[in-house]
Design a protein around this ligand. Structure first.
Ligand code: FES
Length: 82
């Protein structure tokens, strides 16, 4: 099985790479044929949800997160040890 990689983009979307299947609440699948990666909106402002349409940069979306080493006293289960 191939690995899925999710990258938290600075003040932007989640970039998802790998063999993924994306479905809505009713289980209908988006056609991702030919796409090696997708960017999923996390700012809530995209008009093309669940995909990022770049609106986050226009509205000045800011997120504060970064993976820290488990030894630094993170919350159990998050973030993972790097
Ligand atoms: S994260 Fe890009 S539009 Fe929301």
């Amino acid at each position: 099985m191939s690995e899925v990689k999710i990258t938290v983009r600075p003040n932007g979307p989640y970039r998802v790479e790998g063999p993924i299947k994306l479905v809505d609440a009713e289980g209908r699948e988006w056609d991702l044929t030919g796409k090696a990666a997708v960017s999923l909106c996390r700012c809530g402002a995209s008009v093309n949800k669940p995909f990022c349409d770049g609106t986050h940069s226009k509205m000045g979306f800011q997120a504060a997160e970064a993976a820290v080493r488990a030894e630094e006293g993170s919350t159990p289960g998050f973030p993972v040890k790097i």
